[in-house]
Design a binder for this molecule. Structure first.
Ligand code: ZN
Length: 270
């Protein structure tokens, strides 16, 4: 969604070591996950709907689009499945399962997206879907759901240009706003159905679309060191390589040293 128009095209930047490093270091000096996502997408997306990306454009993207782009990025950076561990609701044992970012179902935007007119107890109001700017605005109130809700209602619900105060809304109004937002917003699946291997309870377990950001790096510095050591290329040049090409060079170096990927000898390289 851009400037009030529904668009589906976006272009990620080529995946290079530099982008991997920017993602890995995206939490520095950042106050909230919402800000971090804005920073990552500003680095990682080249164009949205044919337009160059800026921090403000990323903030204007609706939350569902930001989530979708982060899944695309995760899939490009880490194409393999990710192991997740959750606690079984039946026997409380840790349940492990694999998840691939590109297999997570995404619900498309609803008919009224991005803004709906709804009749509440206070009269007709406009409700719009939340965006990155809204996420950042409520991030500071993450531990105080009531004040987060008030901030969000003032930003998303209006009568004409006038924001609506959450205190003027009934419980039924709030439910109506929730339903409207659920219907309008595009959203990636938030849960996965799996069977516990211990007690065989079939259950929906929550998945976290942003957990991968803070997972430990996958040896980028070691790979830079290996290539620099053998080819004498600068760090800058190595970081500019497409990540797949960098991995290929690592394999070639290993082969030339008579090593096989994954063998115990691998560690001698570093
Ligand atoms: Zn169980």
């Amino acid at each position: 969604m851009l400037d009030g128009e529904r668009r589906r095209d976006c272009l990620l930047r080529p995946i290079t070591g530099r982008l991997e490093r920017e993602v890995a270091e995206s939490g520095r000096g950042i106050q909230s996950l919402a800000e971090q996502v804005t920073r990552i997408l500003t680095h990682a997306v080249e164009r949205i709907a044919g337009q160059k990306v800026s921090k403000d454009r990323v903030r204007q993207l609706c939350s569902g689009d930001r989530e979708f782009l982060m899944l695309q990025l995760q899939s490009a950076l880490h194409p393999g499945p990710r192991w997740l561990t959750r606690t079984c609701r039946g026997c409380r044992e840790p349940v492990q399962f694999q998840l691939k970012a590109d297999q997570i179902p995404v619900k498309p935007a609803g008919r009224q997206f991005p803004k709906a007119e709804v009749l509440l107890s206070i009269g007709k109001v406009d409700i719009r879907v939340p965006n990155g700017g809204d996420e950042e605005a409520v991030a500071g109130s993450a531990r105080d759901p009531e004040s987060a809700l008030k901030i969000l209602v003032r930003r998303l619900v209006s009568v004409g240009q006038e924001p609506v105060d959450a205190d003027t809304l009934s419980r039924e109004d709030q439910l109506q706003i929730d339903r409207t937002l659920d219907e309008m917003s595009p959203q990636a699946g938030q849960r996965i159905t799996t069977t516990c291997p211990y007690c065989e309870l079939n259950q929906d377990l929550p998945i976290d679309h942003y957990g991968w950001i803070t997972e430990p790096g996958r040896g980028l510095d070691q790979e830079i060191h290996t290539i620099a050591f053998h080819y004498h290329w600068s760090e800058n040049d190595i970081l500019s390589l497409p990540s797949r090409r960098r991995k290929t060079y690592i394999q070639l170096i290993e082969q030339s040293l008579g090593m096989h990927p994954g063998s115990k000898d691998r560690q001698k390289l570093w």
